[in-house]
Design a protein around this ligand. Structure first.
Ligand SMILES: O=P(O)(O)OC[C@H]1O[C@H](OP(=O)(O)OP(=O)(O)O)[C@H](O)[C@@H]1O
Ligand SMILES: Nc1ncnc2[nH]cnc12
Length: 172
């Protein structure tokens, strides 16, 4: 039986700001079958390919990246906010709707030529994933593509991710 993943996403209007519909993954994470099906759906486009590393930005990206890495027999590399990684890092600053943010990855997190997929729970404006791609380019990784559970298609975040392959399990 196929699971309707969208039925496990809870819509919260006007969170965290008026006008935003927050797509809450908490009900999906609470259901082991739905969580497993979501992980499998995010891995499926890359099944059969050699993947060395699955990378993801904190915090929600980690939730899906770890099981995906195990499913694909790959390692996991965390991409983190400033001040969290103990070893030398590459960093990248990027603009948000208001203000800016910065992400880091260990310089030896991914080795030159390693084949990487980057995952996140949700693609909105694409700023977070674009920053992750830039960091992995600094590591000279081979980026196979980006895999999301949810794609908010109206925000056109995929345009920021060209020329990378973008896969998603649920589209709004
Ligand atoms: O495509 P974008 O516009 O960059 O938005 C998507 C990002 O926003 C959310 O993370 P958030 O920054 O809320 O942090 P969290 O994972 O710690 O909740 C989500 O988990 C993505 O990483
Ligand atoms: N609409 C949304 N729902 C959940 N997380 C988000 N991150 C950015 N936009 C979001």
């Amino acid at each position: 039986m196929t699971i309707d993943l969208k039925s496990f996403i809870r819509d919260i209007p006007n969170f965290p700001k008026p006008g935003i519909i927050y797509r809450d993954i908490a009900p999906l994470l609470l259901d082991p079958q739905a969580f497993k099906a979501a992980t499998e759906a995010m891995a499926a486009p890359f099944d059969g390919e050699t993947v060395d590393v699955v990378a993801a930005a904190e915090a929600r990206g980690f939730i899906f990246a770890a099981p995906l890495a195990l499913h694909l027999n790959a390692g996991f590399v965390p991409i983190r906010k400033p001040g969290k990684l103990p070893f030398e890092t590459h960093s990248h600053s990027y603009d948000l709707e208001y203000g800016s943010d910065e992400l880091h990855v260990h310089i030896d997190g991914v080795l030159p030529g390693q084949r990487v997929i980057i995952v996140d729970d949700l693609l909105a404006t694409g700023g977070t994933m674009q920053a992750c791609c830039k960091l992995l380019e600094l590591c000279q990784a081979e980026i196979l593509g980006c895999s999301f559970l949810i794609h908010l298609a109206g925000l056109k975040g995929e345009t920021k991710l060209q020329p990378y392959r973008v896969e998603s399990a649920i589209v709004y």
